[in-house]
Write a protein that binds this ligand. Structure first.
Ligand code: A2P
Length: 317
């Protein structure tokens, strides 16, 4: 399995715990269960609204000697109303305060999308701002400054197309180290994956299970159920494992990081056990055959009337 190694020798554990949609009151226990199970990578974001509870869980784990800070990989993300260069470091500092950490391992620009500074989540299109107002390279330079200052060891992006990765790289001479995007067998992102492989950019697969627990306004009514897909189910039967485990193992074996979300102790452990599995070449090929460019997270939430963003401009497709 590919080692997710950075140019300075740091290695990101390829399996992480996702925390999007993990409710306050549940996420702290999930993080503790995950660390006790063996997870060493926790994926967070300001917008998930649960970083303070994760911070409490981490500080208890450290205080009790269950894990050391230097054994953990903690990622967080810059939210869409903090792209102005002078707001980037304060946003990171706020996340560090909530997580009760001195530094992050990885900080990502969460979306190539801008909200008005006073807007956490837009209720109308006019609360979103075109990217021309704060071009991505300007935000990226502020991210580089955060890394130079040691507030985060690594920096990257999320939901960025090849075109947008190139835009920030060409303008600043500094390439994102990671791109975190949706990837599952119906959305394998072959072009992005080839580009990242060629350029030593690490990919992290989010929503590897199809994120069935997200809210209705962020869901299509006719979306497929990965757990009922006949190819995935038949491979699961052959391994006497769950379809979720097949999906996670597929991502690991493709050489990406993967961050399945769970707040259920049994499922947190089950997902971790994928580190011991192995899918055959024929099974990987059968899964490769499922590609149909289907996004569960298609960007429709940003397409409200008057918004400067469309799914087409978001994904550059
Ligand atoms: P729960 O948190 O109750 O375990 P994604 O990572 O794609 O966002 O998917 C998260 C969804 O998948 C959540 O509803 C989560 O529920 C569920 N889930 C996580 N692990 C498993 C598993 N091993 N089997 C079935 N469902 C799972």
């Amino acid at each position: 399995m590919k080692k997710l190694e950075f140019s300075n020798g740091d290695v990101m554990p390829n399996l992480g715990l996702g925390t999007w949609k993990s409710a306050p009151g549940e996420v702290g226990a999930a993080v503790k269960t995950a660390v006790r199970t063996g997870y060493r990578h926790i994926d967070c974001a300001y917008v998930y609204g649960n970083e303070a509870e994760i911070g409490n869980a981490l500080s208890e784990l450290f205080a009790d000697g269950e894990v050391r800070r230097d054994e953990l990989w903690i990622t967080s993300k810059l939210w869409n109303n903090f792209h102005a260069p002078q707001r980037v470091r304060p946003a990171l500092d706020n996340t560090l305060k909530d997580l009760q950490l001195d530094f992050l391992d990885l900080y990502l620009i969460h979306w190539p999308i801008l909200f008005r500074e006073d807007v956490f989540w837009p209720s109308k299109g006019s609360e979103m701002v075109p990217l021309e107002e704060i071009p991505l390279p300007d935000t990226w330079k502020a991210m580089v400054a955060c890394r130079d200052a040691g507030a985060t060891r690594h920096i990257g992006v999320s939901n960025f197309s090849v075109r947008k990765i190139r835009e920030v790289t060409d303008a600043t001479g500094v390439q994102p180290e990671v791109d975190q995007v949706e990837m599952q067998p119906l959305l394998q992102q072959p072009g992005l994956k080839a580009y990242c492989d060629e350029n030593d950019i690490i990919l992290t697969a989010y929503s590897p299970l199809g994120s069935r627990d997200r809210s209705a306004d962020n869901k299509s009514s006719d979306e497929p159920d990965l757990f009922k897909n006949p190819v995935i189910s038949s491979i699961a039967r052959a391994h006497d494992c769950s379809p979720a485990q097949v999906l996670i193992r597929w991502a690991l074996q493709r050489g990406t990081a993967v961050i399945p979300k769970s707040v259920n102790p049994e499922r947190i452990r089950q997902n971790y056990d994928t580190l011991k599995m192995k899918l055959s070449d024929a099974e990987m090929e059968a899964l490769a055959g499922l590609e149909r460019h289907y996004r569960f997270l298609n960007g429709q939430v940003f397409e409200m009337e008057g918004s400067p963003y469309t799914a087409k401009s978001l994904w550059d497709e």
